[in-house]
Design a binder for this molecule. Structure first.
Ligand code: ADP
Ligand code: MG
Length: 374
């Protein structure tokens, strides 16, 4: 989905209030009735409210939905993006949005800058994007549960990712510096390194391999399993071969019933990649689950950050039942080739599907556009 920020400067304070009102109304209404939007926004006079509704609908931040019972509006991903950017801009963590540097199955990655020109990475979580497009039952799943909507799930993914990045950072793990989080977005340090997948050769595979295995063990010793520890989620400085780990929405505790399985999978991912890419096989067949020496409990501590056990469970349930997770099964996850067939099937669709439609329709657009001030 193209993040088009051009209209953001032209929104009035009333427009922002109306947009926020649609967001608030969506918490318990799939389609927010116009009268409720007016009420929540607290604006006096129907004409002002209607003017703002037309203005933000025109730039695609909300979409009109004709319901059997009443007409109303729903927030689009574009609207949620604007709200998040508005909040970053107020807190001065983002001043402008630049190029898109990554498209995952359920996220978009952009370079952004603060008002001094310092660059960061903005990760926008877009849960539901793929599931809406592929399997109808997934769509139904999300629609049935209000708290299971794409917006709630995307926000949970951002909260979880931020909470983990923060606690890992504070405990000396090589992860990007976390900067800020709002709604379904996070801002973090821009790492000047490539994903391991893009390196065709390395000067010293055995050193890199050992440091990655040590990292997996270090995560586990602090009570955490990354769960998606692969060549897409490890950025490596070409000269120093220092790895930096990203992408945390699927992290689990070492006390989780699947912990051993995920630990073994993380280890195996690296082994397989090193054998295939660098023809490197370690002498040692470990590390094994039994090698973990538990010294800390970041899995417990992270809950003090505001990311609760319930939220962790809600997100996990979604990921298990709906999300096609893992970069692994998305060979070339930066291409759209495996998704072409469902494209735009929902054009003009109802309810939440529309959110997917808007994104799909614009996904073929060039991924580079002018830097936009927010
Ligand atoms: P997803 O959940 O969609 O897999 P990731 O967090 O793994 O998203 O990011 C996708 C890609 O974006 C990465 O493989 C990497 O190329 C790039 N990327 C993400 N975060 C950063 C960062 N902090 N610095 C530099 N590149 C990044
Ligand atoms: Mg990833």
């Amino acid at each position: 989905m193209k993040l088009d920020t051009h209209a953001i400067r032209y929104l009035t304070s009333e427009d922002w209030r109306v947009l926020t009102a649609v967001e608030m109304g969506s918490k318990n209404h799939e389609v927010v009735p116009t009268s409720l939007i007016a009420q929540i926004s607290g604006l006096r006079g129907a004409s002002g409210v209607n003017k703002s509704i037309s203005a933000i609908a025109k730039v695609g931040l909300i979409a009109k939905v004709k319901n059997a019972k009443y007409d109303g509006y729903r927030l689009t991903y574009g609207g949620l993006d604007y709200l998040a950017l508005h909040s970053f801009s107020k807190k001065k963590s983002v001043y402008s949005v630049g190029n898109q540097i990554g498209v995952g199955k359920e996220s978009d990655i952009y370079v952004v800058a603060d008002d001094t020109g310092k660059q960061y990475v903005l990760k926008i979580h877009r849960l539901g994007r793929i599931s809406f497009r592929t399997v109808k039952t997934n769509r139904d799943y999300l629609r049935k549960r209000n708290s299971g909507s794409w917006m709630y799930m995307s926000r949970l993914a951002a909260m979880k990712e931020y909470a983990f990045m923060k606690i890992l950072y504070e405990n000396g793990f090589p992860v990007p510096t976390p900067i800020d989080q709002a709604r379904h977005c996070i801002v973090m340090e821009l790492i000047d390194a490539f994903p391991l997948r893009q390196l065709s050769t390395v000067s010293d595979p055995s050193t890199l391999y050992s440091s990655l295995m040590e990292l997996i063990l270090r995560f586990a010793s602090m009570g955490l399993i990354h769960g998606d520890f692969n060549e897409f989620n490890i950025l490596v400085h070409e000269d120093t071969l220092k790895p930096i780990v990203i992408d945390f929405p699927q992290m689990i505790s070492t006390d989780h019933p699947n912990a051993k399985e995920q630990f073994d999978r993380d280890v195996q991912c690296i082994k397989t990649f090193f054998e295939r890419r660098f023809r490197y096989t370690a002498d040692d067949d470990g590390p094994h689950w039994s090698d973990i020496k538990r010294v800390g409990k970041l899995d417990i501590e992270v809950q003090a950050s505001g990311f609760s056990k319930k939220q962790w469970k809600d997100l996990e349930k979604y990921m298990k039942e709906v999300a096609p997770h893992g970069d692994n099964d998305s060979e070339g996850s930066n291409d759209d080739d495996d998704e072409g067939e469902e494209e735009e099937e929902e054009e003009g669709g109802e309810d939440e599907d529309g959110a997917a439609t808007t994104e799909v329709a614009s996904e073929d657009n060039p991924r580079v556009w002018e830097t936009g001030r927010v």
